[in-house]
Design a protein around this ligand. Structure first.
Ligand code: DC
Length: 223
């Protein structure tokens, strides 16, 4: 049996992981799995059910009743919970402000990591997140750790928001990114950390195409 090719892309918030991962997956005919969307979906679902976000067991029981699936509509990835499209709902500021807390719970991580491993065992895959190269796919063929300066990441998010008509000051975005970075990289369970065998790519000042090409040059040896 041929082994699936797995590409792990990790890095801090707004480093461009999902944009790059989506293009890479499309160009190479791989599945793309956005693991951040899974943590966001659990956060959204728990909030919609007025679950106490300080209660790990309650959140786990919400997750137990959740089937999380991905699909493509007009080339755009959509996320579904029990068949309901939550693509927009999981990107609200409320969800973004609470997802670090929910994703720090050990039991929530264990359950989602199991689901992520299963998805990756069945497909050639590009998976992005915080712990893909270290925990989810430790044997991935290629591991990339994407970084960029906080200022540049805040600028990118600011422009994305403007394009969507969302008005959040640049300074607020920068502070939120710094807060999330700190939380994600200092939590006890699977903190954001570069795998020892990951290639670190600083994308400050780089365009998306250049980032994708740089990654593809490493991928050549596997195809
Ligand atoms: O990539 P994102 O911003 O959509 O991720 C949302 C949150 O989920 C982020 O604050 C950290 C968490 N996360 C994680 O802990 N592990 C992952 N594999 C992916 C995301």
């Amino acid at each position: 049996m041929t082994k699936n090719i797995q590409i792990a892309i990790d890095g801090p918030a707004s480093a461009g992981k999902s944009t790059v991962a989506k293009i890479l997956a499309k160009r190479n005919g791989y599945i793309y799995c956005d693991t951040g969307a899974m943590y966001r979906a659990v956060t959204f679902q728990s909030m919609s059910q007025q679950t106490n976000l300080d209660d790990e067991a309650a959140i786990l029981s919400v997750l137990d009743d959740m089937l999380i699936t991905f699909d493509y509509v007009d080339g755009m990835q959509h996320v579904y919970v029990n068949g309901v499209d939550v693509t927009e709902d999981i990107r609200t500021i409320d969800v973004t402000n609470n997802v670090s807390k929910v994703s720090a719970y050990k039991a929530v991580r264990q359950e989602l990591v199991n689901r992520q491993k299963l998805i990756a065992s069945e497909n050639n895959i590009v998976m992005d997140g915080r712990d893909i190269g270290t925990v989810v796919l430790p044997n991935a063929a290629l591991k990339i750790f994407l970084v960029a300066s906080v200022d540049e990441r805040a600028q990118r998010r600011f422009k994305e928001n403007q394009a969507k008509g969302i008005d959040v000051p640049l300074e607020t975005i920068k502070q939120d990114i710094e807060k999330r970075d700190l939380y994600d990289s200092t939590r006890k369970e699977s903190p954001l950390v570069q795998a020892s065998d990951a290639i670190r790519l600083d994308t400050t000042g780089m365009g998306i195409d250049d980032v994708v090409s740089a990654i593809e040059s490493h991928l050549l040896k596997y195809t």
